[in-house]
Write a protein that binds this ligand. Structure first.
Ligand SMILES: *Cc1c(COP(=O)(O)O)cnc(C)c1O
Length: 429
């Protein structure tokens, strides 16, 4: 497998080679590594803003809200970029609610998804005055109504429906098929809406679906929209009017020559369908995560050792599955490129692996690289589902994070120390 050439780096246009050096916006990445050490996540503010702008163009002239699905990357300064651009947030826990509010989110623009919301999380969200609960089961409707009633409130709800369409993505990140735990089955939806409308602690405000992640084709979205609009017609005829329609997230990014539609082009097609079926006047909502941040970030890592072998050569780096779990979890591909190119040097094919004691600890397989110990490399397209999934396995501190904005580089999270990790633990006796 060959590396993408410098001119075809997946990632934002803000990432570019100048001579032999890799830059993100106006910052030379090797300088950032010198100052902050490695492994180091670096994000481009302009790249996030331009990914968001594609959605904003797509919805120009419509009543709409873009809810950043913050589990993709929940670092406070990243949330701040989106909050200050007027975004709402899609949260999946009470912890995420606290983060969103800390970063300046408007409570009314927060929506709460997830199959296992606890009573405590419901109370916290009702107290904060969030905009909508995306309810994922009939028992959850009952509990939410009870909790809201006990507070003298009515919880705004939409039901997440499972449209049973194949998003044609990895099984672990497909969520809209019958066999998975998300949403209310298509054929149960009307009954669930009737129940919701009858419960004293609920106020029905919308409908929601989310069919999966890293979707690179338009077809599954168009199919899901057809299925959802059939339901909207039935619900409105038989139960109640729906003020908003939420189409979830899931739009893919380019990791390795993938060619997902641009958000504005996708929405042009979806809006045409929506208008044709007479629902163009509804408040439209989306919940994108990966497509807003994935290609805005990368992870810098240092080559520790080169270890030639009979069957495989290993390039051992200082980032690992605890920092960047997607390859280990989903066999995901991330391009890996040297920060400083060694002009004219021969390449060797390596598996790029971390120091964690697991065979699953790899970042890239069969990569042709011209590197030496001490060289710095960038793992690309690492803005989404990397740092937010990082763990302390092997008692490794999570990496530091930097947000670049033009020529300025802001440290937005300090590297985690072993003391940070042991805080709260106790010896016995
Ligand atoms: C994860 C998630 C999203 C965001 O998915 P992306 O693929 O990152 O766009 C949106 N909605 C819900 C309910 C989710 O669970």
């Amino acid at each position: 497998m060959t590396q993408p050439s410098a001119s075809a780096l997946p990632g934002s246009p803000q990432l570019a080679r100048r001579g032999s050096e890799l830059w993100l916006e106006g910052c030379r990445l090797s300088d950032l590594a010198k100052v902050h050490g490695t492994p180091l996540f670096v994000y481009s503010k302009a790249a996030m803003r331009s990914a968001l702008a594609a959605y904003q163009r797509g919805f120009a002239g419509r009543q709409s809200t873009i809810h950043y699905a913050m589990k993709a990357n929940s670092s406070l300064a990243v949330l701040q970029v989106f909050a200050s651009a007027g975004c709402g947030f899609d949260i999946v826990s009470g912890g995420e609610l606290t983060r969103a509010l800390t970063a300046g989110a408007e409570p009314g623009k927060i929506i709460f998804s997830g199959v296992g919301k606890t009573r405590a999380e419901m109370r916290q969200a009702l107290q904060a005055g969030i905009g909508c609960f995306n309810v994922e089961s009939e028992p959850e409707l009952e509990v939410l109504s009870e909790v809201a009633q006990s507070m003298g409130l009515r919880a705004p709800v939409s039901i997440r429906v499972n449209p049973n369409v194949d998003a044609k993505t990895h099984p672990y990140i497909s969520t809209g098929l019958k066999g998975n735990k998300f949403g209310v089955a298509h054929e149960r939806t009307l009954a669930a809406y009737r129940r919701a409308a009858s419960l004293p602690g609920l106020k029905v405000v919308g409908i929601d679906c989310h069919i999966g992640s890293q979707i690179t084709e338009t077809g599954p979205y168009l199919d899901a929209m057809d299925r959802v609009l059939e339901l909207v017609e039935a619900i409105e005829a038989q139960v109640t009017r729906l003020a908003h329609i939420d189409f979830g997230g899931g739009l893919g990014i380019n990791y390795k020559g993938d060619t997902p539609p641009e958000a504005d082009a996708l929405w042009q097609q979806l809006l045409a369908k929506l208008d044709a079926r007479g629902f163009g006047d509804r408040h439209l909502m989306v919940e994108p995560g990966r497509s807003l941040v994935g290609n805005a970030g990368l992870c810098i890592t240092e080559v520790q050792y080169l270890k030639p072998g009979e069957q495989k050569n290993f390039c051992i780096v200082d980032a690992a599955m605890n920092d960047l779990p997607r390859p280990a979890m989903y066999e995901a591909f991330h391009a890996i490129v040297p920060l400083t190119e060694r002009e004219g040097a021969d390449t060797t094919v390596y598996d790029v692996v971390g120091p964690v004691c697991e065979s699953g600890d790899w970042l890239g397989r069969d990569r042709a690289l011209a590197v030496q110990p001490g060289d710095l490399m960038a793992v690309l397209s690492a803005g989404a589902y990397c740092m937010s999934m990082a763990s302390n396995y092997n008692t490794r501190g999570r990496p530091a994070e930097v947000l670049v904005d033009g020529e300025q580089a802001h440290l937005i999270r300090e590297r985690e120390t072993v003391e940070d990790q042991m805080r709260g633990e106790r010896l016995v006796g």
